[in-house]
Design a protein around this ligand. Sequence first.
Ligand code: OSB
Ligand code: MG
Length: 358
Amino acid sequence: MPLVHFFETSFGRTYDRRILLITVHSEGAEGWGESVVGENPYYSSEWIESAWPTLTTHLIPAILGKNVASGRECPALFGRVRAHRMAKAALENAVWHVESIQKQQPLWKLLGGTRREIACGVSIGIQDSVEQLLEKIQSELAAGYRRIKVKVKPGWDVNVLERIRSRWADITLSCDANSAYTLDNLDHLRKFEQFNLLMIEQPLWDDDIYYHARLQKELRTAICLDESIVNDRCAAFAAEIGACRIINIKVGRVGGFSEAIKIHDVCQSHKIPVWCGGMLETGIGRAQNIALSTLANFSLPGDVSASKRYWKEDIIDPEVEVSANGMLAVADESGMGYRIKTDLIEKLTVRKETFQAR
Ligand code: OSB
Ligand code: MG
């Protein structure tokens, strides 16, 4: 699916998404999941061509035809497969979805959510010019979004933040480096302090926690970890050594709703606020992010925003819409609260494999 506008981070530019969806059929009901794997192994070592065979060879056979009572049982069934969290999440989340339909409950309630509406922010990629970025920020603010996050990298950082702050002194602003810096850049990172940022997301290595603690001790600005937090033990470790003051939870990055809930709870007990990250999802992944964001400790605006920012036509109905005050209300219907446009999905499908229990 082509993006309405390219998305550029410190590791590269994306114009089109290849989307991996899973449908679980159980006793006449259908549950859907989306894997957030990218087109390349850049954000994570996983990518679409690793997720597909991992699912078909290992994960699907681990649950096919089994009596699975709940999405919560999936991590144990997938236990022999190390990592491959984005592949696992797609399947586990499809099981949670079918469970919510069978129990006639909204998915958000099944996950333990309590919020009736969630606060929305936007993540804005690196643009061809600073002027273009300022224009984008202007239109997202006009749309009501409650937090602006901009992508940064060496050469597109202090100069850009300076221009944003001189135009909007008071907006809630943060930045995301996707691991573009090292501790050798400490003096440079200190220059970010003057911009009163809500947080600096993942400044250092994707697999690091320890050196982020060293950096956090040197900075007033809160560090937020994204890539580094892949399970609840990472979150506890980061909290205990002071590697960050905020954590971004992405359900795909951590292997599914079960682990996401555990991280949420660990952060809550350490008084670390969390927010829900995004991975340029279609409506299916987006609806699942919305459901997760209703848990109590999701107290900061997430990267969960309207379908039309990404797609000409989304694969759910209604599309995800954000109100003029940057909030998004959750539905009381059972399941995801959105109808899945199966005809459109069929038209867009380029590869399909079906597995039948014997
Ligand atoms: O680091 O949060 C990130 C997109 C792709 C890969 C990594 C990230 C992102 C985003 C986009 O920031 C968030 C979104 O709008 O979905
Ligand atoms: Mg990030």
